[in-house]
Write a protein that binds this ligand. Sequence first.
Ligand SMILES: [Zn+2]
Ligand SMILES: [Zn+2]
Length: 124
Amino acid sequence: MRKTFQRQVILEELRVTKDHPRAAELYARVRHRIPTVSFGTVYRNLRMLRDQGLIQELTLGDEASRWDGNYSLHYHFTCQNCGQVQDLEVEPDSRWEAKIECLTGLAINHHRAEFYGLCSDCRN
Ligand SMILES: [Zn+2]
Ligand SMILES: [Zn+2]
């Protein structure tokens, strides 16, 4: 019961934010609601939720993973100055998959695309 509650709180905290927190940042938020929770518990539950397909783990470069409560396919933009990660409001293009399958004979299950540059704040 308590374990289910912890997992539920972690999932809720991820669903209400769009900032793609690292585990340590999410841990601080969860601790506001469950003061006794440990970092290990939060991390273990993140991996479990990921394995269940309810959240996404974003591994961007060699940085610590970020976590995303939105599990549907969408693209991300990382600002190379301030480091913020935001969702891109563009339609993912699944035509790539068919095209690559056609060209290579590979069987593609899914794809990801990450974009890098300067966010609008850092650009000004
Ligand atoms: Zn920026
Ligand atoms: Zn996202």
